[in-house]
Each structure stands twice: as C-alpha cells, then as structure tokens.
Design a protein around this ligand. Structure first.
Ligand SMILES: Nc1nc2c(c(=O)[nH]1)N[C@H]1C(S)=C(S)[C@@H](COP(=O)(O)O)O[C@H]1N2
Ligand SMILES: [Mo]
Length: 431
C-alpha cells in the first residue's frame, strides 16, 4: 500500500475544519526575475542571499564525529558544534551559528516535496502530512531555547577536559544551547486530526537519518506545547537543525527535539531507545543512572566578559549574559563580582519569554582588583540556580567524581564563575 498517497487523501478528507482550502494547495509564484546586475559568471551575488561582513569571524567550534577507539572497539563519535556565545547579542542565535548535536551523521538530504510525516499507532485514523499540508494549517511562532543536557557538564571524557580547563571559553563550557524563533504547527492539532485512542500514554518520534534517532515522550507533553516546526528565525529550518521538519519540545532536554522528523507513533509505554536508556542518562558512582528526566533546570552564564577574554584597562564594563529555564520564564538574575560574597539584581531585557533565553545586563567598574564574576538565575517557579557543591550534595556524589568520571553528569546547571586577575585576564574558575 502506498501510505503516502492514501494518507494524503485521508488527510484531505478528514481535515473537515480546514475544508475550505483548495486541494491544490497554495503555491508561491516561482517566476524568475531577470537579474540586471548579475555578477560575472562564477561570482556569488551576495544581494540575493546575504552573508555577513568579511570582518566578522565568529564561528561554531566542534568536531565532525568520525570514529574513536575505545576498550570495546571503534565507536562512532557524535557530531557536535558549539555556538560562540561570547559574541552573542540579544537572545536570537543566527541559524548559521546554532549549535548542532547529531549522533554521527551529516544531515540527510531530504527533498521537502517528497518528505512525509506519518502519525500512527494508537490512533483512530493514521495520517501522513507533507510539508505543504502542514503549511496550510494554523501556525504559531514561538521563542524557545534548545539545549543539549550535556551542556556545561564538567564531566564526560574525553571532551570534558576542554570544558574544565582554565582557558575554557563560554563557547567551550556553555555552547550547546541556542535560541530561535520557531514556526510550525502545534502537535496537539495534529493529534486531534488523527484521534488519540484511549490508553495511548506516550509518543515515539523518529528521524529520517540512517541511524534513525528516536525518542519516547509522554503524551501529556506532546499534547501540551510541543510543535512540529518547519521554520527557524523567519526562514526554512537549516539542514543541520532538521530540515524540512523537526519536533520542538520546549524546555526539555535537547535529545527530545527529533530532527528530520518522519514518524510519530502513539504507544502505551516508552520504547527504551538506546539514547534514552544507556547513552544519555547520568551514571552515578554506585552504578545507578537517572532515566527519563526531561525538564532542564534554571541556568545562566555571563557571556561577556568571559573565559579567554582580557580587560584592556580599568574602568566601566557592562557585564552581560543569558539566563533560561526549562520550566518557565526567568524571574530574576543576580550578579556577583566578588566571588559570591554579595549579589545584586541584573537588569532583564525584553522580551522575557517562557522557556527562552533571556538577556541580562549589569553595570560594573573594574578597579584592577582580582574579581570573580558569576550570575544566578531564578525562574518563575522559584527554582534557583545552584552552585557545583549544592549539585554534588543533592546527587550524593563528590565534586571530584563529577570532574573525573567519564560518564556524563547531565542536566548540570551550576553557577559559572569567571576569575579576572590583576592583569585583566579572565579564566574559568568552576573547579
Ligand atoms: N534525528 C535526530 N534528531 C536529533 C538528534 C539526532 O542525532 N538525530 N540529536 C538530538 C540531540 S541529543 C540534541 S541536543 C538536539 C540538538 O539540536 P540541534 O542540532 O538543532 O541544535 O537534537 C536532537 N535531535
Ligand atoms: Mo543532546
């Protein structure tokens, strides 16, 4: 059976609420305009699709995966690139600099004319949606951050070394978070279309790359604020971010936000995929691990001045950074310039959106003394960003274990201290 064809017909038939739309869909005009100022052949016309000034050099840093040797044989490494937060302004991350975590694969080359999203399992009517089908449905645009829950963890060999080194930058420590305006269709609307059967308690979402990244998500969340997204910051998703469709699961660990989304199945239990059971959960010294933790905690970091930078002279500096929480909006950010002895409220910039980065600023005059700069986020639910010592205590582990373990201590949202020495050099002072 050709699911695509029949699914599409069913979609059109069952979409009673939107029956006024012509079956042919709305197409954009594709007429080519003659370019009177075409550059000599071989040269790019930067007016057709913009590029930044060649003086701007800020880039993602990371690794392309490949293989690494482990005691149990070769292992495919993750494909990970970090956002240069030290140069960030406001709260939107340009798509070109959005962080990337992909489990070993380049983005698959998916043609949006042929790509389909299938929603099936414990439903009344399984349906398939093309991108064009989704574009006809009521859309929403929302500001949300994404964050890999390994972000800022000072554990997990071999890459942790770079994150806890004294010369680590905020890109090294916190670069696995970014924030965008995402546009798409609420998943709840699609679930209404397929009709959720009683007893369906989870969804499992799967991507279209060779490794078929998949994730189990409780149905309450799926029906709450999850989006099926096709746009990022006003244009189509980038291939690295899941073109042409991804799941956006606000405030929850990055791993839930399935890219290159091709099917959602409604089921009555989590599917225990490799990534959610063995690879991603934090492992404790006693061998236990934490499964199915979803929501990211309250977190913040000073992005400027920050690790690896240098204050050229004494005098005034605006301290600035980002704060966010997976639970709610940011209520308050406090800044300390004396190693945590005293704290004062930072100013929060508008807009302050739920489950989005919030920009804070704090005026500071450096008189040449050694200083430790840090920020502390409180969200609307009252969660306060903890110190590394408080985290270790709550997990019943030693700070030293966090530093030395090759397992990842994820969801690590500790306060990040940056030490300014008398010469103005700034270093990572977490450990
Ligand atoms: N299909 C697919 N989706 C995926 C992944 C993946 O490897 N494949 N990685 C997940 C992880 S672990 C994270 S942190 C986020 C990262 O999203 P980004 O690459 O758009 O920043 O995507 C998630 N979705
Ligand atoms: Mo991740």
């Amino acid at each position: 059976m050709n699911l695509t064809q029949s699914g599409r017909r069913r979609f059109l038939k069952n979409t009673a609420a939107f029956a006024g739309l012509a079956a042919a869909g709305v197409r954009s005009a594709s007429g080519q305009m003659a370019n009177l100022n075409a550059p000599p052949s071989g040269e790019k016309d930067l007016h057709e699709y913009g590029a930044r000034s060649h003086y701007e050099t800020s880039i993602r840093t990371g690794s392309l995966g490949g293989y690494e040797t482990t005691p149990t044989g070769p292992r495919q490494r993750d494909f990970g690139f970090r956002t240069p937060l030290q140069n960030s302004a406001g709260i939107i991350t340009p798509a070109s600099l959005h962080f990337i975590v992909s489990h070993g694969y380049d983005p698959p080359d998916l043609d949006p004319r042929h790509h389909r999203l299938l929603i099936h399992g414990m439903v009344d009517r399984p349906l398939t949606f093309s991108v064009e089908d989704l574009l006809r449905l009521p859309s929403v645009s929302r500001l949300h951050f994404l964050e890999c829950h390994g972000n800022s963890a000072p554990s997990g060999a071999p890459t942790a070394a770079a994150r806890i080194a004294p010369n680590a930058t905020v890109q090294d420590t916190h670069g696995l978070t970014s924030c965008s305006e995402w546009t798409g269709v609420p998943l709840s609307l699609l679930l209404d279309q397929v009709g959720v059967k009683k007893g369906a308690t989870w969804i499992v979402a799967e991507g279209a790359e060779p490794g078929k990244h998949a994730k189990s998500i409780p149905i309450e969340k799926a029906a709450d604020d999850v989006l099926v997204v096709y746009s990022q910051n006003g244009e189509a998703l980038r291939p690295e971010q899941g073109y042409p469709l991804r799941l956006l699961v606000p405030g929850w660990q990055g791993i839930n936000n399935v890219k290159w989304l091709r099917q959602i199945k409604l089921v009555d239990e989590p599917y225990m995929f490799m990534m959610e059971t063995t690879k991603y959960p934090s492992v404790h010294p006693d061998g236990t691990s934490r499964w199915f933790e979803f929501e990211l905690g309250a977190k913040s970091v000073i992005t400027r001045p920050s690790g690896g930078q240098e204050l050229p002279s004494r005098g005034f500096y605006e301290i600035t950074g980002l704060a966010w929480s997976g639970a709610a909006a940011v209520r308050k950010v406090e800044v300390s310039t004396d190693g945590g002895k005293t704290w004062a409220d930072a100013k929060l910039q508008e807009p302050i959106a739920r489950k989005a980065h919030t920009r804070f600023t704090f005026p500071w005059t450096w008189k040449g003394e050694e200083s430790v700069l840090q920020s502390r986020c409180t969200d609307e639910t009252g969660q306060v960003q903890p110190t590394i010592n408080v985290i270790a205590k709550s997990l019943n582990i030693e700070v030293d274990y966090i530093r030395k373990t090759s397992a990842m201590v994820g969801d690590f949202n500790a306060i990040q201290p940056w030490r300014v020495d008398r010469s103005g050099r700034i270093q990572n002072a977490l450990l």
